[in-house]
Write a new protein. Structure first.
Length: 153
């Protein structure tokens, strides 16, 4: 399941919803991304997206993740709008019978979200505004999933 929304999310509530009525889940991995401020350089971050296109692309990548690993459930919640330092940006939950699939899927989804998801981020602070690009480390991490399935896993 995916949601793109302006509102904040409650991690505990989202985990409870994910596992409600399920006895087949043995592992849940959660990743929460927040707005970070490095030495007072960021007053706020604005996240933009194209409604419809963004949701379709997130559904596609979630389906790819489900095809690669045995998942019981997954959730991607990504916020947009103007956020302040320490506010939540993204939540990725992955649930599987065993932890390995849950961890790998969460890594895969986050690497994709950092490098290829159709969101645009602009930081504003004392030095002005700047668009945020994926850095080289993110690109390297994301490229590991481009290899044939057996090589990446």
């Amino acid at each position: 399941m995916i949601r793109v929304q302006q509102e904040d999310f409650d991690i505990g509530v989202e985990i409870a919803r994910l596992k409600a009525g399920r006895s087949d889940i043995g592992a849940i991995v959660a990743f929460v991304g927040t707005v970070r401020d490095q030495a007072g350089a960021i007053d706020e971050m604005t996240l933009e997206h194209y409604p419809g296109m963004t949701e379709a692309e997130l559904k596609r990548i979630e389906a790819e993740a489900s095809a690669r690993w045995p998942l019981q459930a997954s959730l991607i919640v990504h916020r947009y709008g103007t956020l302040k330092p320490s506010e939540n940006i993204v939540l990725v939950l992955t649930a599987s019978e065993h932890r390995e699939a849950a961890f790998r899927t969460a890594e895969f989804l986050m690497d994709y979200l950092k490098t290829r998801a159709p969101f645009w981020k602009r930081e504003s602070g004392p030095q002005g505004n700047r668009w945020v690009e994926a850095d080289a480390r993110d690109e390297v991490a994301g490229s590991r999933w481009d290899k044939p399935k057996h090589a990446a896993e």
